[in-house]
Design a protein around this ligand. Sequence first.
Ligand code: MSP
Length: 506
Amino acid sequence: MAFYITTSISYVNGRPHLGHAYEAIASDIVARHHRQRGEDVFFLTGTDEHGEPVADSARANGMEPRAWADLNAAKFQAMLPTLSVEPDFFIRTTDPEHARRVQAVLQTVHDNGYVYKGTYAGWYCPRCADFKVENEILEGNRCPIHEIPLTREHEENYFFALSAFQERLETFFSEHPGFIAPARARNEAEAFLAGGLQDVSLSRAKLNWGITVPWDPGHVFYVWFDALLNYYTAPGFARPGVDLTAALWPADVHMIGKDILKFHTIFWPALLMAAGLEPPRGVYVHGHLAAADGRRMSKSFGNGIDPAEAVDRFGSPDPLRFYLMRDVRYGTDGPVSLDALTARYESELANDLGNLASRTLAMIVRYRDGQVPPAPLDPELVDAFTGLPDTVAAAIDAIDLSGGLEAIWQRVRRLNRYVEERRPWELAREPTATGQLDSVLASLHEGVRALAVLLAPYIPTSAHTLLNALGRPESGYGAAAFGAGTDGPPVRVATIAPLFPKAPAA
Ligand code: MSP
Protein backbone atom coordinates (compact mmCIF):
# COMPACT_ATOMS: atom_id res chain seq x y z
CA MET A 1 0.00 0.00 0.00
CA ALA A 2 1.29 3.47 -0.90
CA PHE A 3 1.41 6.27 1.62
CA TYR A 4 2.19 9.72 0.28
CA ILE A 5 3.02 12.48 2.76
CA THR A 6 4.32 15.99 2.15
CA THR A 7 5.56 18.98 4.09
CA SER A 8 4.80 22.42 2.75
CA ILE A 9 7.66 23.73 0.64
CA SER A 10 9.76 26.44 2.27
CA TYR A 11 10.40 29.88 0.89
CA VAL A 12 14.09 30.27 0.15
CA ASN A 13 14.20 33.86 1.34
CA GLY A 14 16.62 33.07 4.14
CA ARG A 15 18.06 30.16 6.01
CA PRO A 16 15.89 27.48 7.63
CA HIS A 17 14.56 28.07 11.14
CA LEU A 18 12.88 25.97 13.79
CA GLY A 19 9.44 26.24 12.17
CA HIS A 20 10.80 24.48 9.08
CA ALA A 21 12.62 21.89 11.18
CA TYR A 22 9.43 21.26 13.16
CA GLU A 23 7.33 20.46 10.10
CA ALA A 24 10.07 18.30 8.57
CA ILE A 25 10.57 16.33 11.79
CA ALA A 26 6.86 15.73 12.35
CA SER A 27 6.41 14.54 8.76
CA ASP A 28 9.47 12.33 9.04
CA ILE A 29 8.03 10.70 12.18
CA VAL A 30 4.80 9.88 10.35
CA ALA A 31 6.75 8.62 7.32
CA ARG A 32 9.00 6.39 9.42
CA HIS A 33 6.03 4.96 11.28
CA HIS A 34 4.30 4.04 8.02
CA ARG A 35 7.52 2.50 6.72
CA GLN A 36 7.57 0.35 9.86
CA ARG A 37 4.09 -0.80 8.93
CA GLY A 38 5.50 -2.04 5.64
CA GLU A 39 3.80 0.57 3.49
CA ASP A 40 5.27 1.99 0.33
CA VAL A 41 5.98 5.43 1.71
CA PHE A 42 6.76 8.45 -0.39
CA PHE A 43 7.78 11.45 1.69
CA LEU A 44 8.15 14.71 -0.21
CA THR A 45 9.65 17.98 0.90
CA GLY A 46 11.33 20.86 -0.90
CA THR A 47 11.58 24.55 -1.59
CA ASP A 48 9.26 27.22 -2.99
CA GLU A 49 11.49 29.44 -5.04
CA HIS A 50 9.42 31.82 -7.18
CA GLY A 51 7.42 34.93 -6.50
CA GLU A 52 7.88 38.08 -4.49
CA PRO A 53 9.01 36.60 -1.18
CA VAL A 54 12.12 35.26 -2.92
CA ALA A 55 12.58 38.00 -5.56
CA ASP A 56 12.41 40.74 -2.89
CA SER A 57 14.80 39.07 -0.50
CA ALA A 58 17.23 38.36 -3.37
CA ARG A 59 17.21 42.03 -4.29
CA ALA A 60 17.73 43.04 -0.68
CA ASN A 61 20.80 40.78 -0.63
CA GLY A 62 22.13 42.10 -3.91
CA MET A 63 21.69 38.81 -5.72
CA GLU A 64 19.81 37.46 -8.71
CA PRO A 65 16.77 35.42 -7.67
CA ARG A 66 18.16 32.20 -9.14
CA ALA A 67 21.54 32.45 -7.40
CA TRP A 68 19.85 33.44 -4.15
CA ALA A 69 17.44 30.51 -4.44
CA ASP A 70 20.32 28.09 -5.14
CA LEU A 71 22.22 29.34 -2.12
CA ASN A 72 19.31 28.99 0.28
CA ALA A 73 17.80 25.83 -1.18
CA ALA A 74 21.14 24.16 -0.46
CA LYS A 75 20.81 25.17 3.20
CA PHE A 76 17.35 23.66 3.46
CA GLN A 77 18.54 20.48 1.82
CA ALA A 78 21.58 20.29 4.07
CA MET A 79 19.48 20.72 7.22
CA LEU A 80 17.48 17.54 6.69
CA PRO A 81 20.12 14.87 7.38
CA THR A 82 21.27 16.78 10.47
CA LEU A 83 17.75 16.25 11.82
CA SER A 84 17.59 12.60 10.69
CA VAL A 85 14.84 13.64 8.29
CA GLU A 86 14.89 11.29 5.31
CA PRO A 87 12.58 12.36 2.49
CA ASP A 88 12.16 10.29 -0.66
CA PHE A 89 12.48 13.37 -2.84
CA PHE A 90 13.35 17.03 -2.50
CA ILE A 91 11.53 19.19 -5.01
CA ARG A 92 12.62 22.65 -6.07
CA THR A 93 10.00 24.66 -7.91
CA THR A 94 12.71 26.03 -10.21
CA ASP A 95 13.14 22.53 -11.57
CA PRO A 96 12.18 22.64 -15.30
CA GLU A 97 10.27 19.36 -14.90
CA HIS A 98 8.07 21.04 -12.33
CA ALA A 99 7.54 24.10 -14.52
CA ARG A 100 6.52 22.00 -17.50
CA ARG A 101 3.93 20.11 -15.48
CA VAL A 102 2.57 23.28 -13.83
CA GLN A 103 2.00 24.74 -17.29
CA ALA A 104 0.23 21.59 -18.43
CA VAL A 105 -2.13 21.42 -15.44
CA LEU A 106 -2.97 25.12 -15.54
CA GLN A 107 -3.50 24.98 -19.29
CA THR A 108 -6.12 22.32 -18.59
CA VAL A 109 -7.74 24.54 -15.95
CA HIS A 110 -7.79 27.31 -18.57
CA ASP A 111 -9.20 25.01 -21.27
CA ASN A 112 -11.85 23.78 -18.86
CA GLY A 113 -13.13 27.35 -18.65
CA TYR A 114 -12.05 28.35 -15.15
CA VAL A 115 -9.67 31.15 -16.12
CA TYR A 116 -10.51 34.68 -17.28
CA LYS A 117 -8.71 37.96 -17.65
CA GLY A 118 -9.57 40.78 -15.28
CA THR A 119 -8.23 43.64 -13.23
CA TYR A 120 -7.15 43.10 -9.69
CA ALA A 121 -7.47 46.08 -7.40
CA GLY A 122 -6.78 45.48 -3.76
CA TRP A 123 -4.32 44.84 -1.00
CA TYR A 124 -1.37 42.50 -1.29
CA CYS A 125 1.26 41.23 1.17
CA PRO A 126 4.59 40.63 -0.57
CA ARG A 127 5.82 38.44 2.32
CA CYS A 128 2.77 36.13 2.25
CA ALA A 129 2.44 36.56 -1.51
CA ASP A 130 -1.23 36.84 -0.67
CA PHE A 131 -4.01 39.05 -1.94
CA LYS A 132 -5.91 40.03 1.19
CA VAL A 133 -9.64 40.52 1.30
CA GLU A 134 -11.01 43.43 3.34
CA ASN A 135 -11.96 41.44 6.44
CA GLU A 136 -8.43 39.97 6.76
CA ILE A 137 -6.68 43.32 6.97
CA LEU A 138 -5.33 44.93 10.15
CA GLU A 139 -5.85 48.58 10.96
CA GLY A 140 -3.63 50.83 8.86
CA ASN A 141 -3.84 48.36 5.94
CA ARG A 142 -1.31 45.99 7.48
CA CYS A 143 -0.81 42.26 7.00
CA PRO A 144 -2.47 40.22 9.77
CA ILE A 145 0.49 37.79 9.80
CA HIS A 146 3.54 39.96 9.20
CA GLU A 147 2.03 43.23 10.40
CA ILE A 148 3.89 45.01 7.58
CA PRO A 149 2.07 47.60 5.42
CA LEU A 150 0.24 46.01 2.50
CA THR A 151 0.78 47.32 -0.98
CA ARG A 152 -2.09 48.60 -3.08
CA GLU A 153 -2.13 46.61 -6.30
CA HIS A 154 -3.92 47.47 -9.48
CA GLU A 155 -3.03 45.21 -12.32
CA GLU A 156 -4.47 43.23 -15.11
CA ASN A 157 -4.07 39.53 -14.61
CA TYR A 158 -5.70 36.19 -15.09
CA PHE A 159 -8.17 35.02 -12.50
CA PHE A 160 -9.02 31.57 -11.33
CA ALA A 161 -12.78 31.18 -10.93
CA LEU A 162 -12.62 30.01 -7.33
CA SER A 163 -16.19 31.13 -6.67
CA ALA A 164 -17.43 28.49 -9.13
CA PHE A 165 -16.34 25.88 -6.56
CA GLN A 166 -18.37 27.13 -3.61
CA GLU A 167 -20.90 24.30 -3.70
CA ARG A 168 -18.48 21.62 -4.79
CA LEU A 169 -16.22 22.45 -1.87
CA GLU A 170 -19.15 22.48 0.56
CA THR A 171 -20.14 19.03 -0.65
CA PHE A 172 -16.55 17.84 -0.56
CA PHE A 173 -16.11 19.06 3.03
CA SER A 174 -19.29 17.39 4.22
CA GLU A 175 -18.54 14.12 2.43
CA HIS A 176 -14.96 14.06 3.73
CA PRO A 177 -15.12 15.01 7.39
CA GLY A 178 -11.54 13.81 7.85
CA PHE A 179 -10.14 16.06 5.11
CA ILE A 180 -8.91 18.74 7.51
CA ALA A 181 -7.55 18.10 10.99
CA PRO A 182 -7.44 19.00 13.82
CA ALA A 183 -11.02 20.17 14.44
CA ARG A 184 -9.99 23.78 15.09
CA ALA A 185 -8.49 23.96 11.61
CA ARG A 186 -11.51 22.32 10.03
CA ASN A 187 -13.75 24.92 11.69
CA GLU A 188 -11.58 27.71 10.38
CA ALA A 189 -11.71 26.40 6.83
CA GLU A 190 -15.46 25.88 7.04
CA ALA A 191 -15.92 29.42 8.31
CA PHE A 192 -13.83 30.76 5.44
CA LEU A 193 -15.93 28.82 2.95
CA ALA A 194 -19.17 29.91 4.59
CA GLY A 195 -18.02 33.53 4.14
CA GLY A 196 -18.36 33.02 0.36
CA LEU A 197 -15.55 32.51 -2.12
CA GLN A 198 -14.16 35.22 -4.38
CA ASP A 199 -12.15 34.59 -7.51
CA VAL A 200 -8.39 34.86 -7.08
CA SER A 201 -5.47 36.03 -9.17
CA LEU A 202 -3.80 33.24 -11.06
CA SER A 203 -1.06 35.27 -12.71
CA ARG A 204 1.06 38.37 -12.26
CA ALA A 205 2.13 40.65 -15.07
CA LYS A 206 4.47 42.77 -12.97
CA LEU A 207 6.76 40.01 -11.90
CA ASN A 208 9.01 37.90 -14.08
CA TRP A 209 10.43 35.54 -11.43
CA GLY A 210 8.02 32.70 -11.97
CA ILE A 211 6.65 30.12 -14.37
CA THR A 212 5.46 31.58 -17.67
CA VAL A 213 1.76 31.42 -18.46
CA PRO A 214 1.70 29.30 -21.64
CA TRP A 215 -1.23 31.12 -23.29
CA ASP A 216 0.18 34.60 -22.49
CA PRO A 217 3.96 34.71 -22.00
CA GLY A 218 3.79 38.27 -20.65
CA HIS A 219 2.56 36.77 -17.37
CA VAL A 220 3.94 34.38 -14.80
CA PHE A 221 1.76 32.25 -12.58
CA TYR A 222 0.96 33.59 -9.16
CA VAL A 223 3.43 31.81 -6.91
CA TRP A 224 0.87 29.98 -4.78
CA PHE A 225 -0.51 27.99 -7.70
CA ASP A 226 3.00 27.11 -8.87
CA ALA A 227 3.86 26.10 -5.29
CA LEU A 228 0.76 24.04 -4.48
CA LEU A 229 1.19 22.07 -7.66
CA ASN A 230 4.53 20.71 -6.38
CA TYR A 231 2.63 17.98 -4.57
CA TYR A 232 1.18 16.81 -7.83
CA THR A 233 4.17 17.36 -10.15
CA ALA A 234 6.87 15.71 -8.00
CA PRO A 235 5.67 12.09 -8.38
CA GLY A 236 5.88 12.60 -12.15
CA PHE A 237 9.64 13.17 -12.21
CA ALA A 238 11.09 12.17 -8.83
CA ARG A 239 12.32 8.87 -10.27
CA PRO A 240 13.89 9.25 -13.71
CA GLY A 241 12.01 7.23 -16.26
CA VAL A 242 9.19 6.29 -13.88
CA ASP A 243 5.94 8.16 -13.42
CA LEU A 244 4.66 7.57 -9.90
CA THR A 245 1.65 9.85 -10.23
CA ALA A 246 -0.92 7.09 -10.64
CA ALA A 247 0.54 5.17 -7.72
CA LEU A 248 0.73 8.14 -5.37
CA TRP A 249 -2.07 10.53 -6.19
CA PRO A 250 -4.14 11.60 -4.27
CA ALA A 251 -1.67 12.39 -1.48
CA ASP A 252 -2.57 10.98 1.92
CA VAL A 253 -1.63 14.01 3.95
CA HIS A 254 -0.16 17.47 3.52
CA MET A 255 1.49 18.68 6.73
CA ILE A 256 1.21 22.47 6.97
CA GLY A 257 1.22 25.35 9.45
CA LYS A 258 -1.88 27.32 10.35
CA ASP A 259 -0.86 30.42 8.37
CA ILE A 260 -1.26 28.63 5.04
CA LEU A 261 -4.56 26.89 5.74
CA LYS A 262 -6.64 28.86 3.22
CA PHE A 263 -4.34 27.91 0.34
CA HIS A 264 -4.33 24.21 1.15
CA THR A 265 -7.91 23.63 2.22
CA ILE A 266 -9.73 25.97 -0.20
CA PHE A 267 -7.61 26.98 -3.21
CA TRP A 268 -5.89 23.62 -3.61
CA PRO A 269 -8.86 21.24 -3.75
CA ALA A 270 -10.70 23.71 -5.99
CA LEU A 271 -7.75 23.95 -8.37
CA LEU A 272 -7.49 20.19 -8.59
CA MET A 273 -11.21 19.88 -9.26
CA ALA A 274 -10.86 22.50 -12.00
CA ALA A 275 -8.13 20.38 -13.59
CA GLY A 276 -10.24 17.23 -13.29
CA LEU A 277 -7.94 15.78 -10.63
CA GLU A 278 -8.70 14.33 -7.23
CA PRO A 279 -8.16 16.47 -4.12
CA PRO A 280 -5.76 15.14 -1.48
CA ARG A 281 -7.10 12.85 1.25
CA GLY A 282 -5.99 15.00 4.13
CA VAL A 283 -4.47 18.23 5.31
CA TYR A 284 -3.05 18.36 8.82
CA VAL A 285 -2.57 21.82 10.26
CA HIS A 286 0.02 22.13 13.00
CA GLY A 287 0.44 25.05 15.37
CA HIS A 288 3.19 27.62 15.50
CA LEU A 289 6.08 27.56 17.91
CA ALA A 290 7.09 30.80 19.57
CA ALA A 291 9.83 31.84 21.94
CA ALA A 292 9.24 31.44 25.68
CA ASP A 293 8.76 35.21 25.90
CA GLY A 294 5.77 34.79 23.58
CA ARG A 295 7.50 36.67 20.77
CA ARG A 296 8.30 35.41 17.34
CA MET A 297 11.58 33.47 17.33
CA SER A 298 14.32 35.47 15.76
CA LYS A 299 18.08 35.42 15.68
CA SER A 300 18.14 39.13 16.35
CA PHE A 301 16.01 38.70 19.50
CA GLY A 302 18.29 35.82 20.58
CA ASN A 303 15.22 33.87 21.74
CA GLY A 304 13.70 30.52 20.82
CA ILE A 305 15.71 27.63 19.48
CA ASP A 306 18.01 27.46 16.51
CA PRO A 307 17.78 23.87 15.19
CA ALA A 308 21.48 23.60 14.33
CA GLU A 309 22.46 24.77 17.81
CA ALA A 310 20.09 22.31 19.48
CA VAL A 311 21.49 19.42 17.46
CA ASP A 312 25.10 20.41 18.20
CA ARG A 313 24.46 20.77 21.88
CA PHE A 314 23.32 17.17 22.29
CA GLY A 315 25.38 15.70 19.49
CA SER A 316 22.24 14.18 17.96
CA PRO A 317 18.90 15.37 16.59
CA ASP A 318 16.98 12.94 18.82
CA PRO A 319 16.60 15.24 21.84
CA LEU A 320 15.20 18.03 19.65
CA ARG A 321 12.87 15.62 17.82
CA PHE A 322 11.62 14.25 21.12
CA TYR A 323 11.23 17.62 22.78
CA LEU A 324 9.25 19.15 19.90
CA MET A 325 6.71 16.34 19.96
CA ARG A 326 6.56 16.25 23.76
CA ASP A 327 6.57 19.76 25.19
CA VAL A 328 4.02 21.45 22.95
CA ARG A 329 1.07 19.24 22.11
CA TYR A 330 1.31 18.62 18.38
CA GLY A 331 -1.46 20.55 16.61
CA THR A 332 -1.45 23.47 19.06
CA ASP A 333 0.72 26.58 19.44
CA GLY A 334 3.26 26.83 22.18
CA PRO A 335 6.49 28.24 23.52
CA VAL A 336 9.88 26.60 23.16
CA SER A 337 13.29 27.29 24.67
CA LEU A 338 16.66 25.66 25.02
CA ASP A 339 16.14 25.54 28.80
CA ALA A 340 12.89 23.60 28.45
CA LEU A 341 14.58 21.27 25.96
CA THR A 342 17.43 20.64 28.40
CA ALA A 343 14.99 19.99 31.25
CA ARG A 344 13.05 17.42 29.19
CA TYR A 345 16.29 15.86 28.09
CA GLU A 346 17.43 15.34 31.64
CA SER A 347 14.17 14.27 33.23
CA GLU A 348 12.79 12.09 30.49
CA LEU A 349 15.45 11.01 28.02
CA ALA A 350 18.37 10.66 30.43
CA ASN A 351 16.49 9.66 33.58
CA ASP A 352 13.38 7.80 32.46
CA LEU A 353 14.54 6.10 29.28
CA GLY A 354 18.34 6.25 29.47
CA ASN A 355 18.49 4.83 32.97
CA LEU A 356 15.93 2.16 32.23
CA ALA A 357 17.96 1.05 29.23
CA SER A 358 21.32 1.02 31.02
CA ARG A 359 19.96 -0.75 34.09
CA THR A 360 18.25 -3.40 32.01
CA LEU A 361 21.36 -4.11 29.94
CA ALA A 362 23.70 -3.95 32.96
CA MET A 363 21.60 -6.37 35.03
CA ILE A 364 21.42 -8.91 32.24
CA VAL A 365 25.20 -8.67 31.89
CA ARG A 366 25.84 -8.87 35.64
CA TYR A 367 23.35 -11.55 36.63
CA ARG A 368 23.14 -13.64 33.48
CA ASP A 369 26.42 -12.99 31.75
CA GLY A 370 24.69 -11.03 28.98
CA GLN A 371 22.38 -13.90 28.01
CA VAL A 372 18.67 -13.04 27.96
CA PRO A 373 17.02 -15.84 29.95
CA PRO A 374 14.35 -17.78 28.01
CA ALA A 375 11.80 -17.32 30.80
CA PRO A 376 8.06 -16.64 30.80
CA LEU A 377 7.04 -12.98 30.61
CA ASP A 378 5.45 -11.39 33.64
CA PRO A 379 1.64 -11.30 33.12
CA GLU A 380 1.51 -7.89 34.79
CA LEU A 381 3.61 -6.43 32.01
CA VAL A 382 1.78 -8.40 29.36
CA ASP A 383 -1.32 -6.59 30.62
CA ALA A 384 0.35 -3.20 30.76
CA PHE A 385 1.49 -3.51 27.13
CA THR A 386 -1.65 -5.06 25.65
CA GLY A 387 -2.92 -3.03 22.70
CA LEU A 388 -0.06 -0.53 22.80
CA PRO A 389 1.02 -0.86 19.13
CA ASP A 390 -2.59 -0.32 18.04
CA THR A 391 -2.96 2.69 20.30
CA VAL A 392 0.20 4.26 18.94
CA ALA A 393 -0.73 3.49 15.32
CA ALA A 394 -4.19 5.02 15.83
CA ALA A 395 -2.63 8.14 17.33
CA ILE A 396 -0.20 8.52 14.44
CA ASP A 397 -2.98 7.89 11.92
CA ALA A 398 -4.73 10.86 13.51
CA ILE A 399 -1.38 12.79 13.44
CA ASP A 400 -1.68 12.98 17.23
CA LEU A 401 2.09 12.72 17.50
CA SER A 402 2.21 13.85 21.11
CA GLY A 403 -0.54 11.40 22.06
CA GLY A 404 1.38 8.51 20.52
CA LEU A 405 4.51 9.51 22.40
CA GLU A 406 2.63 9.86 25.68
CA ALA A 407 1.20 6.33 25.33
CA ILE A 408 4.75 5.03 24.88
CA TRP A 409 6.08 7.09 27.76
CA GLN A 410 3.48 5.72 30.18
CA ARG A 411 5.08 2.31 29.59
CA VAL A 412 8.59 3.69 30.01
CA ARG A 413 7.44 4.85 33.44
CA ARG A 414 5.68 1.55 34.08
CA LEU A 415 8.92 -0.35 33.45
CA ASN A 416 10.83 1.93 35.81
CA ARG A 417 8.23 1.22 38.50
CA TYR A 418 8.55 -2.47 37.72
CA VAL A 419 12.28 -2.39 38.44
CA GLU A 420 11.61 -0.66 41.77
CA GLU A 421 8.85 -3.14 42.69
CA ARG A 422 10.72 -6.32 41.75
CA ARG A 423 14.14 -5.23 43.02
CA PRO A 424 16.19 -7.62 40.86
CA TRP A 425 19.34 -6.88 42.91
CA GLU A 426 17.63 -8.51 45.92
CA LEU A 427 16.39 -11.46 43.90
CA ALA A 428 19.98 -11.99 42.74
CA ARG A 429 21.05 -12.63 46.32
CA GLU A 430 18.40 -15.30 46.93
CA PRO A 431 19.33 -18.73 45.60
CA THR A 432 15.64 -19.77 45.50
CA ALA A 433 14.66 -16.82 43.31
CA THR A 434 16.54 -17.80 40.14
CA GLY A 435 13.40 -18.46 38.11
CA GLN A 436 11.83 -15.24 39.33
CA LEU A 437 14.89 -13.20 38.40
CA ASP A 438 14.96 -14.85 34.97
CA SER A 439 11.39 -13.78 34.38
CA VAL A 440 11.98 -10.22 35.60
CA LEU A 441 15.03 -9.80 33.36
CA ALA A 442 13.36 -11.37 30.33
CA SER A 443 10.31 -9.14 30.86
CA LEU A 444 12.37 -5.99 31.20
CA HIS A 445 14.37 -6.86 28.11
CA GLU A 446 11.20 -7.46 26.16
CA GLY A 447 9.53 -4.29 27.41
CA VAL A 448 12.47 -2.05 26.58
CA ARG A 449 12.76 -3.71 23.18
CA ALA A 450 9.09 -3.20 22.31
CA LEU A 451 9.33 0.44 23.39
CA ALA A 452 12.46 1.02 21.32
CA VAL A 453 10.59 -0.23 18.23
CA LEU A 454 7.73 2.18 18.92
CA LEU A 455 10.16 5.03 19.61
CA ALA A 456 12.19 4.47 16.44
CA PRO A 457 10.23 7.02 14.35
CA TYR A 458 10.63 9.67 17.05
CA ILE A 459 14.27 9.12 18.07
CA PRO A 460 15.70 6.94 15.31
CA THR A 461 19.40 7.00 16.22
CA SER A 462 18.95 6.24 19.92
CA ALA A 463 16.26 3.63 19.27
CA HIS A 464 18.43 1.73 16.80
CA THR A 465 21.47 1.86 19.09
CA LEU A 466 19.28 0.44 21.82
CA LEU A 467 17.75 -2.28 19.66
CA ASN A 468 21.22 -3.39 18.60
CA ALA A 469 22.44 -3.46 22.20
CA LEU A 470 19.40 -5.56 23.12
CA GLY A 471 20.44 -8.05 20.46
CA ARG A 472 17.17 -7.71 18.53
CA PRO A 473 17.57 -5.10 15.82
CA GLU A 474 14.24 -5.82 14.05
CA SER A 475 12.22 -2.61 13.88
CA GLY A 476 9.22 -3.49 11.70
CA TYR A 477 5.85 -2.88 13.32
CA GLY A 478 5.31 -6.58 13.93
CA ALA A 479 8.18 -6.32 16.38
CA ALA A 480 6.36 -3.65 18.40
CA ALA A 481 4.19 -6.11 20.34
CA PHE A 482 5.30 -7.13 23.82
CA GLY A 483 6.19 -10.78 23.36
CA ALA A 484 7.15 -10.51 19.69
CA GLY A 485 10.83 -10.57 20.64
CA THR A 486 10.76 -13.87 22.48
CA ASP A 487 10.55 -16.09 19.40
CA GLY A 488 13.70 -17.31 17.77
CA PRO A 489 17.10 -18.19 19.17
CA PRO A 490 18.20 -16.73 22.50
CA VAL A 491 20.05 -13.46 22.30
CA ARG A 492 22.90 -11.73 24.09
CA VAL A 493 22.94 -8.10 25.04
CA ALA A 494 25.80 -5.63 24.99
CA THR A 495 26.35 -2.77 27.39
CA ILE A 496 26.55 0.65 25.78
CA ALA A 497 27.66 4.14 26.68
CA PRO A 498 24.76 6.16 28.12
CA LEU A 499 22.23 6.84 25.37
CA PHE A 500 21.68 10.34 26.73
CA PRO A 501 24.83 11.52 28.50
CA LYS A 502 24.78 14.58 30.70
CA ALA A 503 24.35 17.66 28.52
CA PRO A 504 27.00 20.35 28.62
CA ALA A 505 25.95 23.45 30.55
CA ALA A 506 24.38 26.14 28.35
N1 MSP B 1 6.22 28.59 0.69
C1 MSP B 1 5.07 28.60 1.50
C2 MSP B 1 4.40 27.23 1.50
C3 MSP B 1 4.01 26.71 0.14
S1 MSP B 1 3.34 25.10 0.24
C4 MSP B 1 2.69 24.80 -1.28
C5 MSP B 1 5.44 28.97 2.93
N2 MSP B 1 6.74 28.83 3.24
S2 MSP B 1 7.37 29.24 4.65
O1 MSP B 1 8.78 28.95 4.53
O2 MSP B 1 7.01 30.57 5.01
O3 MSP B 1 6.74 28.28 5.72
C6 MSP B 1 6.89 26.88 5.65
C7 MSP B 1 6.14 26.18 6.78
O4 MSP B 1 6.77 26.52 8.02
C8 MSP B 1 4.67 26.58 6.90
O5 MSP B 1 3.87 25.42 7.08
C9 MSP B 1 4.64 27.43 8.14
O6 MSP B 1 3.42 27.36 8.83
C10 MSP B 1 5.74 26.77 8.95
N3 MSP B 1 6.23 27.64 10.00
C11 MSP B 1 6.77 28.88 9.85
N4 MSP B 1 7.03 29.39 11.09
C12 MSP B 1 6.69 28.49 12.03
C13 MSP B 1 6.74 28.45 13.42
N5 MSP B 1 7.20 29.45 14.14
N6 MSP B 1 6.27 27.32 14.04
C14 MSP B 1 5.82 26.24 13.35
N7 MSP B 1 5.75 26.25 12.02
C15 MSP B 1 6.17 27.37 11.34
O7 MSP B 1 4.57 29.33 3.69
